[in-house]
Design a protein around this ligand. Structure first.
Ligand SMILES: Cc1cc2nc3c(=O)[nH]c(=O)nc-3n(C[C@H](O)[C@H](O)[C@H](O)COP(=O)(O)O)c2cc1C
Length: 319
């Protein structure tokens, strides 16, 4: 999620679920081809399985960027056909491509020729005055014919004329049934549903209709929910029982990053929702906000902040 997630966040999330697939924020083909690749694409080996999400529409650029991503070791290349931001609209990336399904299919075909790892597409059900019965069907069939290995569908339209990017994540109504109908129409295609899914219990409900569930804001804002992913969705054991244990397990990574000059705050900023609803959570956040942002702040600041949280704090089980 642009401006929210990064590699530090993914390391944190991976310590809560071995099984969930993690996605990078959208990176444009231009940035990948011309930018500082090590900074943009570098990731910790613990993050696997991790997908690189691309923003772009030129098939040759998409193929080049996908190949670079594969060389960096990503497990999947995902094409963004859902992001409604203005910047993105101007550059012919993201949701506006719902109106150009043939171009998207060409892009997928080019990426498939360039890499051996899976190529997937994340889209909306439609944009503006499109009829979602048609727009989602046309997009889906086009990219599947071009070789897309799965579809992730944010189950609402994007209204590109009139709504801000933020409003476009909440205001167009969710239509989960439309995504279920897509799965029924294309039973052989892995379909992953996204949008407004607030808990692992809700995710389980969706899994009776589709093959996968993607959590965006819930995973970021209430990360403790991820402690229930492996047990609740994969019938597997969670890597750690509590967030406190997750932080302990993350300390060597944090120490390593600090030694390389990473600012403590750029890691701990992802921890704001870690102790949601637990006594001491506010003191934890305040300590990090006051002390963690100072230049030279070390891992001790995080240890002190954790000590402010109730010792009995365990992962809320109603995830
Ligand atoms: C701050 C922010 C940044 C986002 N950036 C991306 C992005 O880079 N790529 C993407 O596919 N979706 C992005 N999204 C959309 C989410 O992935 C997701 O589709 C949307 O928020 C609906 O799902 P949710 O209700 O589970 O959050 C972003 C959402 C937010 C709130």
């Amino acid at each position: 999620m642009m401006d929210w997630t990064d590699r530090h966040c993914r390391v944190f999330h991976r310590l809560m679920s071995r099984r969930a697939r993690l996605y990078t924020e959208m990176l444009t083909t231009g940035a990948i081809i011309h930018g500082d690749r090590r900074r943009l694409l570098g990731f910790d080996p613990s993050e696997h399985p991790v997908a690189l999400q691309l923003g772009g529409s030129d098939p040759a650029d998409l193929a080049d960027a996908a190949e670079i991503g594969e060389d960096f070791g990503y497990d999947e290349i995902n094409l963004n056909v859902g992001c409604p931001s203005d910047r993105v609209k101007d550059g012919r990336f993201g949701a506006c491509l719902m109106a150009e399904p043939a171009l998207v299919a060409d892009g997928v075909a080019a990426m498939k020729r360039a890499v051996r790892i899976p190529v997937t597409v994340k889209c909306r059900i439609g944009i503006d005055d499109q009829d979602p019965e048609v727009s989602l069907d046309v997009l889906a069939r086009g990219v599947i014919a071009a070789g897309s290995d799965a579809l992730i569908v944010h189950a609402r339209k994007a209204w590109l004329n009139g709504l801000s990017p933020k409003e476009n994540r909440d205001i167009p109504p969710l239509d989960y049934d439309r995504v279920y109908r897509l799965k029924a129409a294309l039973p052989h295609v892995p379909v992953i549903i996204n949008g407004g899914i607030a808990s692992i219990a809700e995710a389980r409900q969706h899994l009776t209709h589709v093959d996968g569930v993607m959590l965006g804001r819930a995973a970021y804002q209430e990360p403790w929910r991820l402690l229930n992913v492996d047990a609740g969705l994969f019938d597997a054991t969670a890597p750690h029982a509590t967030i406190k244990q997750v932080f302990e397990a993350m300390m060597p990574y944090i120490e390593r990053e600090l030694a390389q000059g990473t600012w403590l705050h750029s890691i701990t900023r992802h921890f704001v929702g870690a102790f949601h609803g637990v006594p001491g959570a506010r003191a934890f956040r305040r300590h990090l906000a006051e002390k963690g942002v100072k230049p030279g702040a070390g891992a001790d600041v995080l240890r002190e902040a954790i000590a402010l949280v109730d010792e009995r704090a365990v992962a809320p089980m109603a995830a």
